[in-house]
Write a protein that binds this ligand. Structure first.
Ligand SMILES: NC(=O)c1ccc[n+]([C@@H]2O[C@H](COP(=O)([O-])OP(=O)(O)OC[C@H]3O[C@@H](n4cnc5c(N)ncnc54)[C@H](OP(=O)(O)O)[C@@H]3O)[C@@H](O)[C@H]2O)c1
Length: 270
């Protein structure tokens, strides 16, 4: 057992959301987590929240049982060599949330015996309503994976995959999906405006409908197709709109958008 149970190397939006979620879920107290930020203001803010703070990220790597790598993918080239220079024998479990940074890249720098869990989270995790996909490397144990699944389940849904490539394949369905949903919300808000409904009135109605509709799917007693059928009475209003989506090829548009996002993830990982 090291000085701290948990560390965040880069306590930005995502890193903070993860440690806050874990503390909220009672997994450990704030004082058992060591957070690294470059900015003194952010360190002061995190200290006020009860976290231990540091401006030296090697202390997070050497002093914590589990470390979230919360820096951007482009910072790994600078950060990994400094961690490697610590030459640790007792390596922490690393949880990397960086899109496209492969096990092989981290292992090449820190050694193949480094336990790593890669996670593709999404931004609703900031509200405890995230959806995360997890994959472990060979050095991480089943127990370490279970602990990571518990951590991410405490702030939303979590799914485990065997193959690392699945973290690219999942991107349109969790990491990028919030943006696609916002596009839909925005398009309906614009359409509402054309019918004299202000954004102020439209946005809460549209968003509540998106949340409620998704909850009905999650209940699981009806498929999405059955739920569409329940809203579309024959000769009614909704079926007219559904026909437009069908004739314009909504499924094909979604498939193409997903394929493009996935292809980009593979490109970034090269
Ligand atoms: N945002 C998303 O939708 C999303 C979704 C899935 C995965 N991710 C992944 O989550 C990770 C973090 O994203 P974020 O949105 O939380 O970013 P962020 O808020 O900008 O946080 C980045 C953190 O890295 C630190 N940092 C920046 N430059 C650094 C450097 N040169 N050396 C060391 N530390 C440095 C920052 O320090 P300061 O706090 O002092 O600024 C900050 O704590 C990324 O790898 C991203 O791929 C994000």
């Amino acid at each position: 057992m090291k000085a701290y149970q948990f560390g965040v190397l880069g306590a930005g939006n995502m890193g903070r959301a993860i440690v806050d979620g874990a503390v909220r879920a009672g997994m450990f107290p704030a004082k058992s987590a060591l957070l690294f930020n470059r900015s003194a203001d952010k360190r002061a803010e995190n200290q006020k929240m009860g976290y231990a703070v540091t401006e030296d990220y090697t202390k997070v790597y050497t002093g914590c049982d589990t470390v979230v790598l919360g820096v951007k993918p482009q910072n790994f080239g600078e950060v990994l060599p400094r961690l490697a220079a610590c030459a640790l024998s007792d390596k922490p479990l690393l949880i990397s949330i960086a899109a496209g940074v492969t096990f092989s890249k981290i292992e090449q720098a820190l050694g193949a015996d480094t336990p790593i869990i890669r996670v593709m989270p999404n931004t609703p995790l900031l509200l405890g309503e995230g959806a995360s996909a997890l994959v472990k490397n060979a050095a991480a144990s089943a127990g370490q994976l279970d602990a990571a699944v518990r951590l991410f389940s405490s702030m939303g849904a979590a799914a485990v995959f065997e193959k690392e490539d699945m973290l690219n394949e999942i991107i349109p369905y969790n990491g990028s999906l919030p943006a696609f949903v916002y596009q839909f919300i925005e398009a309906f808000a614009k359409s509402a405006a054309q019918h004299g409904i202000s954004r102020e009135d439209a946005l809460p109605l549209i968003c509540k409908t998106v949340i409620g509709s998704a909850k009905m799917v999650l209940q699981g007693d009806k498929t999405p197709a059955e739920l569409i059928g329940a809203v579309c009475s024959p000769g009614g209003t909704t079926i007219e709109g559904v026909r437009v989506f069908d004739s314009r090829g909504l499924d094909e548009i979604v498939a193409e958008a997903s394929d493009k996002a996935i292809a980009r993830a593979y490109e970034l990982g090269k």
